[in-house]
Write a protein that binds this ligand. Structure first.
Ligand code: ADP
Length: 541
């Protein structure tokens, strides 16, 4: 039976077409690598995306072919999202913080045919290029004047020169909505990274839901600054959400320190931002040290690792900024759950509010989740039954790129490797990653909980709890701490701060102090490095 409704495929090109036709004057602001500010409109971005699509057509890039980017958040990267993905090719966003070995591996795994990259990343590209035979051309995302005088790259081209040579008129093809539009690799902390391919359909559905009021709640009156990188899980769909909503978009380039972000947020009037918790720590510290505020910033989305209560409290109490704490992963196109405003939270004390907001929230429409025991049986929503989190839905991956085996069970559920529980109200409360839990004498200790309590201490800037081998208990928790500059704390003082908050056996046996934390490719604390560094701590003592 034919449908009485029009059947139009869900395609990402529809977002930029809509922005161009109906929000054409809305601004996109970028901080470029040399520090200057670039401004243009959705109308301009649309025309330049058309040029990119024409360029790929001229090169003979076929549907489904992977075209890679190695770049920070900028207007050029934004154009490539649409120019590549909208034309039928697949935009493969590569994380510049991967090791060169990982970058070489994923370019070969994805068989990328072209690579667009930012100028400061030229040394990485030169290092991997001799080992990446699939790449036919390298495009430096700069204008002619800023091209390097020499490079070992054979087919090096200039982005701005190329765009001038092609037309800015293009008809977006009516692709199959189940075709891939983008590709992103997992961070590969436990082996080689694995590719997750997103389809036009999954991306459009996720964009619609992630923009809605129960999620990020983005409208045309917003000014959005995605700190989350365009190279990682499509920056939580913000490049699509902003175009669809007609929101002003501010792209911060590579400078993500507290001062640079503050300055951009203040001058552009940013109302909504999104990033991992370490970003908010940097911003809050800068604001505190300089007695500053951001009256226009109303909401920040955070995820990627647990948001410490101390951040939730300071943002809310001192600055009136709401934290939207969510959970997701590369395999789930980012956001699956999000803890946003509820009617019940109005009467809560500050402590209860922080407890409430440190939950990861309920799932959005389009995805479902459950917590299961070791036998795979679903556990009750009672805030106490802890198990592995499983998830399924329209934007959850079924298999990895280039792998033929399925990633899900017979019911379509993806095992996440995360451990947690669900409250009676239906909010997800993550306890830990399976691999980060600390198993002491047969009992599980949550590293996230130890970190959260440590970060409540005003003199602790960063903290990470890791499992270290122990002769008697198998594993015991060791807390690694960076204190606020110029301050000293003893291990015993920190251990004392846990008394009364946790069972005695869960309190870290020792605390070690570091001046810097190793950060992984997505800006989170790299626990594996810490575990390797302190592997023999208890055995040695
Ligand atoms: P990786 O962390 O491996 O670089 P992802 O960006 O895919 O790659 O991260 C997904 C993981 O991040 C999740 O499986 C989970 O362990 C963790 N995570 C995401 N959001 C949260 C959150 N709000 N609280 C705690 N952990 C989180």
């Amino acid at each position: 039976m034919s449908s009485p409704m029009q059947q139009i495929p869900l395609l990402t090109s529809s977002f930029i077409e809509h922005a161009h036709r109906w929000h054409g004057d809305q601004e996109i602001v970028s901080r470029l690598s040399e520090g200057s500010i670039h401004r243009y409109s959705y109308r301009d971005a649309y025309r330049r995306s058309c040029r990119v699509a024409n360029l790929l057509a001229q090169w003979g890039v076929e549907n489904g072919e992977r075209v890679a980017t190695l770049a920070w958040n900028s207007h050029r990267h934004f154009e490539l999202y649409y120019g590549i993905g909208g034309s039928g090719a697949v935009i493969h966003t590569i994380n510049p913080r991967y090791t060169t070995d990982q970058i070489r591996f994923i370019i070969n795994d994805a068989k990328d045919s072209y690579l667009f990259f930012d100028r400061d990343l030229l040394p990485i590209v030169e290092a991997v290029a001799p080992h990446c035979d699939s790449i036919r051309g390298f495009v430096l995302m700069e204008d002619k004047a800023r091209m390097p005088s020499q490079s070992s790259l054979k087919n090096l081209m200039c982005y701005e020169t190329l765009l001038l040579e092609v037309s800015d008129v293009y008809d977006w093809p009516p692709l199959d909505e189940n075709n891939l539009v983008s590709l992103c690799y997992t961070s590969g902390t436990t082996g080689n990274p694995k590719g997750v391919g997103y389809t036009h359909r999954s991306t459009c559905l996720h964009t619609l839901v992630a923009a809605s009021a129960n999620a990020l709640g983005v409208s045309r009156s917003d000014c959005v600054l995605p700190v989350v990188p365009l190279f990682h899980i499509n920056a939580w769909e913000l490049p699509y959400i902003c175009a669809m909503s007609g929101a002003k978009l501010v792209l911060p380039g590579a400078q993500l320190d507290g001062e640079s972000l503050f300055e951009l947020m203040q001058t552009e009037g940013v109302t909504l931002s999104a990033g991992v918790p370490t970003i908010w720590m940097g911003l809050l510290k800068y604001m505190k040290d300089n007695a500053l505020s951001l009256p226009e910033l109303k909401k920040v989305g955070t995820g990627g690792s647990a948001c410490p209560r101390s951040i939730i409290r300071e943002l809310h109490e001192t600055h009136g900024i709401r934290v939207m704490h969510g959970w997701g992963m590369t395999e789930t196109s980012s956001v699956v759950t999000l803890n946003t405003q509820t009617a019940e939270e109005k009467g809560l004390s500050m402590n209860d509010y922080c407890d409430h907001m440190s939950l990861q929230g309920p799932p959005l429409w389009g995805v479902d989740l459950k917590v299961v025991n070791e036998e795979g049986q679903e556990l009750p929503r009672d805030s106490g039954s802890v198990g592995e989190l499983k998830v399924r839905g329209h934007w959850v991956c079924e298999s990895y790129h280039n792998r033929h085996d399925t990633a899900v069970d017979e019911g379509g559920w993806l095992a996440t490797g995360d451990v947690g529980m669900i409250t009676p109200e239906g909010s997800l409360q993550l306890t830990d990653r399976l691999k980060d839990l600390i198993k002491s004498g047969g009992e599980w200790i949550s590293s996230a909980q130890l970190e959260d309590i440590a970060l409540e201490h005003p003199l602790i800037e960063m903290a990470s709890a890791i499992a270290v081998e122990h002769p008697k208990w198998d594993e015991r928790p060791l807390l690694v701490v960076k204190t606020v500059e110029g301050n000293h704390l003893s291990a015993q003082e920190i251990r004392d701060s846990y008394v009364g908050k946790l069972a005695k056996w869960a309190i870290p046996d020792d605390v070690v102090f570091v001046s810097e934390f190793p950060l992984g490719a997505t800006g989170k604390i790299h626990k594996l490095s810490l575990k390797q560094r302190f592997r023999d701590h208890f055995l040695a003592s």
